[in-house]
Design a protein around this ligand. Structure first.
Ligand code: NAI
Ligand code: PYR
Ligand code: MG
Length: 486
């Protein structure tokens, strides 16, 4: 399966040699779908047009060759709309107020700013009220596990991190900065993140490969007093659980009875297994490149050893095709093409398949569809998108609003329940087990659930306005008992 993209071809056409219809037909035969046309220059014999064409990303060269092969037509320039959307980057820093005169200048900058600096020096907690810290999250990567693209390095990871920053801002009004590190050394990453942490209200770790990501997250959370959240682990696990709860509601199976196969035991897979077990799943087989993980075996990888010890009680052995028989649920967080249609035929009745690898899932959705009851992928262009974007904006909105010191298991479970609850019984169907991020209930409901769980578990350090009076006054009381007020 390939990604559909849209490109703009600037084409020069000599009308004495070829008609526009012939060019359009050639584009169609080369796999392109003509969706828009703009006249750039209309001459008596030669015209120049911009044609917007939808096509599979892999086929662009073939399309250009097909047009250039026509007598009287020539591709002058190609712009791909996805690349155009990235020109100069996707985010910027914008001041909240303009600096119009010297008075403004002396207020926001020197000398006025000095008094504010000294107020924060006196009481560092004032950074939360007098700087952008309260609403700012660092999106930190070392570029080692970027989507399913692997270790592509910090520069190449920037577009994804800028994308995450856009999502934070658009969906939850959180200001996020991408920070892509030129190091893979755990100790160095820890030092750098700790050193920059004063600027931020939270740390979102992204696309850091396992097993280093586990130690990095754990030690940062131990040593920092702001929430540290590895999105690929917990964001994915939260959204997976939300989707699974609804898929099970649809097929009428109970979470305690299902058999689950999880393929890809990296950051996302290990966290998904943890969350499934916390939610009550008893039978899980974990599969990585070496096949099914069996308790007691040594894999030379601490994550695989740890997961092997807590899964596969029946000690089933073999590759994915050998252990998927009888499974109710397949969860893929590995890579493309791992799952075959023949594997799906071995699953139990009403198979649920979450093929979540990005950008290409474990199986082409078109191939899988005939054999499954519920299919979800990580992609935006198919129904049932199981993607951590449903979770991290609302989770951080909630954590920042109540100034949580961490994002604990209760907050994650609450977020999963909140996402699942948006799909009403009368709406639930095979194509709709999980709401879209464009559903405007998602972020507020996740945010509220996260704040409530943070207050309940004593990690909130600020009273959000809605907890200060009325029916939420109990929350306020709890907060006052549990927290440092500032
Ligand atoms: N839909 C979503 O929201 C999310 C999807 N993902 C996707 O999940 C995948 C894994 O991400 P991470 O856990 O962060 O990466 P990771 O690099 O930490 O782990 C990947 C794991 O998959 C295993 N794997 C790769 N190919 C395999 C194969 N053919 N058979 C069995 N195991 C295989 C690797 O050995 C590794 O243990 C990526 O494609 C990523 O894009 C990750 C996070 C969120
Ligand atoms: C969605 C995401 O975070 C990933 O694929 O890595
Ligand atoms: Mg990621």
């Amino acid at each position: 399966m390939s990604i559909t993209t849209s490109m703009i071809l600037r084409i020069e056409i000599d009308k004495s040699l070829i008609t526009f219809g012939e060019v359009a037909t050639a584009i169609h035969h080369a796999g392109g779908d003509l969706v828009a046309m703009d006249m750039i220059r209309a001459g008596k014999s030669v015209i120049v047009q911009d044609l917007t064409v939808q096509l599979n990303a892999e086929d662009d060269q073939q399309l250009i060759r097909a047009v250039n092969a026509l007598k009287g037509a020539r591709v002058v320039h190609v712009s791909d709309s996805t690349f155009l959307a990235h020109l100069g980057g996707k985010i910027q820093v914008t001041p909240k107020t303009p600096i119009k005169n010297r008075e403004d200048l002396s207020r926001v900058y020197t000398p006025g700013v000095a008094r504010v600096c000294m107020a924060i020096k006196e009481d560092p907690q004032k950074a939360y009220t007098l700087t952008a810290k309260r609403n700012t999250v660092a999106v930190i990567t070392d570029g080692t596990a970027v989507l399913g693209l692997g270790d592509i390095g910090p520069e190449a990871s920037m577009p994804v991190m800028e994308g995450k920053a856009m999502l934070f801002k658009q969906f939850a009004d959180v200001d996020a900065f991408p920070i892509c590190l030129q190091t893979k050394d755990t100790e160095e990453i820890l030092q750098i993140v700790k050193a920059i942490s004063p600027t931020f209200g939270g740390i979102n770790l992204e696309d850091i490969s396992s097993p280093r990501c586990f130690e990095i997250e754990r030690r940062l959370q131990e040593e920092l007093d702001i929430p540290v959240f590895h999105d690929d682990q917990h964001g994915t696990a939260v959204v997976l659980l939300a989707g699974l709860l609804n898929a099970l509601r649809l097929v009428g199976k109970s979470i305690e009875q299902i058999r689950v196969v999880v393929c890809g035991i990296g950051a996302a897979g290990a966290a998904c297994i943890g969350m499934l077990q916390a939610a009550g799943v008893r039978s899980i087989i974990a599969v990585d490149r070496c096949g099914a993980l069996v308790p007691g075996s040594a894999y030379g990888n601490p994550t695989l050893d740890r997961i092997a010890a807590i899964t596969n009680p029946e000690r089933r052995q073999g590759g994915l095709s050998e252990v998927i028989g009888g499974a109710d649920v397949f969860i893929g967080v590995s890579g493309p093409g791992v799952l075959k249609a023949s594997d799906l035929r071995l699953m139990a009745k009403d198979p649920i398949v979450f093929a979540m690898a990005n950008p290409e899932p474990e199986i082409d959705p078109e191939l899988a569809q005939p054999w499954v009851r519920v299919l979800a992928t990580g992609r935006s262009d198919y129904p049932n998108q199981i993607n951590n974007v449903l979770c991290f904006p609302g989770i951080f909105r909630g954590a920042l609003d109540c100034r949580a010191s961490c994002i604990n298991e209760e907050m994650k479970l609450a977020a999963a329940g909140a996402i699942a609850s948006i799909v009403m019984d009368e709406e639930l169907n095979e194509q709709y087990i999980i709401p879209s991020i464009f559903n405007d209930k998602v972020v507020p409901r996740v945010r509220d659930a996260v704040v409530e769980a943070a207050v309940r578990t004593g990690v909130a350090r600020r009273i959000p306005p809605e907890y200060q009076s009325g029916e939420n006054a109990r929350g306020s009381q709890l907060l006052q008992e549990n927290m440092l007020m500032y």
